[in-house]
Write a protein that binds this ligand. Structure first.
Ligand code: GLU
Ligand code: MG
Length: 467
């Protein structure tokens, strides 16, 4: 379980001693530096690094970094809100020692996710990891709920080096094809070894559908740990690829046309050790609370896309009949519904049952995405929201009348539409807090302006290598 307490100046109790011992161990293993990692509002991973010898000082006093990155765009230009985007001020980055790992794909380095607090020791309202910790604490306190989550990672592997900006797939076999597995045999074996060395519990790794595409899924964790893990998994995939002379893209749409890279989010709610998505009297074994949770996610989904699909390139991926789930529909193991109910195999259901949210990509800040999906679900649960009729098959083929009867609506088709939905969704905005919600709106508007007048291919190219 992730430590849910905020960092404090001087260090969380026990952390400094622990960091001192850890630094000694790390140095003994040849680790020279620690990467301190977080994700900004635009979905870009940002880092500071410290020499291993400074780990105890970082656990006590944090490491400085400007809050300006909260309103950075993917192209590194800066927008502003009432509170953020100014060149003034500084924050302290505190590593979470529970989630520090030695990076197998980057010899000499360890990695840790950070929480950011102010120099006065106050929580920083722009820190997504802090906001996610908050909603997890609140759900436990108010509703007696805990969550298990996992984020799938899809990525395209390209040959490197090629002409700047270009993507040339590093493999050619068919989707899920045995030939693809052979083509990148050494790379994927090294990747599995790196994950194992880092304690990343891989469920499966397979060649996917799109050009050069692979996917990895990992075991469920508490939401904060699941978000951290998604960042670590991508750092590892990228690092191991480089050692093989390959390049990787996590962009929602590597090309303007065709299937993109998803980052499907799996989530289950639990009370007193019982999975609410299994063993209930509702549909597919859901409890009444789980049904309402799903209804909440579906109701907020149009606004959620501003957080789960935050890039102009996300809307090149979010097209019907490409497994990205672009209708507010749910179904049992239905891969075209935005929410897929996973019941798991007989015998494993109590552990495995969960819901999968599909219109999520890897441009999303995973901390913000999980915060908003949980907030949406809790909104449904607390209001005992009724869950619409389920769908089977592709909702794209439903007639207007059938779609209306099941409350099936098309999700936003552009980032502009998504931002308008988000702006109107008070529940999601308050889950993030006004500082972060305003940053989401400003950053999305900045991204929209940054690609103003671009055709689809140019949009895909603009974000191909950023995430
Ligand atoms: N690549 C698809 C997406 O963009 C998902 C394929 C799958 O169902 O795993 O979301
Ligand atoms: Mg997939």
């Amino acid at each position: 379980m992730t430590t849910l307490a905020d960092p404090v100046p001087g260090g969380r109790p026990g952390d400094v001693d622990r960091a001192t011992a850890l630094a000694g161990e790390l140095s003994g293993q040849g680790v020279h530096g620690v990467v301190l990692s977080y994700v900004d509002t635009a979905g870009i991973g940002r880092v500071k690094t410290i020499p291993t010898a400074k780990l105890a000082a970082a656990a006590a006093w944090g490491v400085g970094m400007s809050p300006v990155f909260d309103t950075f765009l993917a192209n590194d230009s800066i927008v502003t809100t009432d509170v953020l985007g100014s060149p003034d001020g500084d924050l302290r980055l505190y590593p979470d020692l529970d989630h520090l790992v030695v990076l197998a794909g980057q010899p000499g380095w360890a990695w840790a996710p950070v929480d950011r607090i102010t120099q006065e020791g106050e929580p920083h309202p722009g820190c997504g990891r802090t906001v996610l910790r908050r909603i997890v604490v609140e759900a436990a306190k108010r509703h007696g709920l805990t969550f298990r989550a996992g984020i799938e990672v899809e990525w395209a592997v390209g040959q490197g080096p090629v002409a700047a900006g270009e993507f040339v797939p590093a493999l050619h076999g068919p989707a899920y094809g045995a030939t693809r597995q052979v083509e990148l045999s050494d790379y994927t074996a090294d990747l599995l070894a790196a994950f194992a060395a880092q304690g990343v519990d891989v469920e499966q790794l397979h060649p996917e559908y799109a050009a050069g595409q692979f996917e990895v899924s990992v075991g469920a964790l508490d939401p904060v740990a699941a978000a951290d893990r998604s960042v670590l998994v991508r750092q590892t995939i990228r690092a191991v690829a480089r050692r093989h002379g390959l390049v990787v893209s996590f962009a929602p749409a590597v090309f303007a046309q065709g299937v993109g890279n998803g980052g499907h989010l799996h989530l289950s709610a639990w009370r007193d050790g019982r999975n609410l998505h299994s063993g209930g009297t509702g549909r597919h074994g859901m409890t009444a609370e789980a049904e309402s949770f799903v209804a909440g996610v579906l109701a907020h989904l149009p606004a959620l896309t501003a957080v789960t699909a935050p890039s102009p390139a996300s809307y090149l991926r979010l097209k019907p009949s490409q497994w990205a789930g672009v209708f507010t529909a749910w179904g049992h193991e239905t891969r075209e519904a935005a929410v897929r109910i996973v019941t798991g195999t007989a015998g494993l259901r109590e552990q495995a049952a969960n819901l999968e949210v599909k219109p999520v990509d890897l441009a999303a800040n995973p901390y913000l995405a999980l915060t908003c999906v949980i907030a949406a679900g809790l909104d449904g649960l607390t209001s005992s929201a009724p869950l619409a009729e389920e769908i089977t098959g592709d909702p794209a083929r439903l007639s207007e009348r059938e779609a209306a009867a099941r409350d099936v609506r098309r999700l936003p088709t552009s980032l502009t539409e998504a931002v308008e939905e988000f702006r109107a969704d008070e529940r999601l905005r308050s889950a993030l807090g006004s500082v972060l919600a305003d940053a989401v709106i400003a950053v999305r508007q900045g991204e929209i302006a940054a690609v103003g007048g671009y055709d689809d291919e140019r949009v895909a190219a603009a974000y191909r290598w950023t995430y």
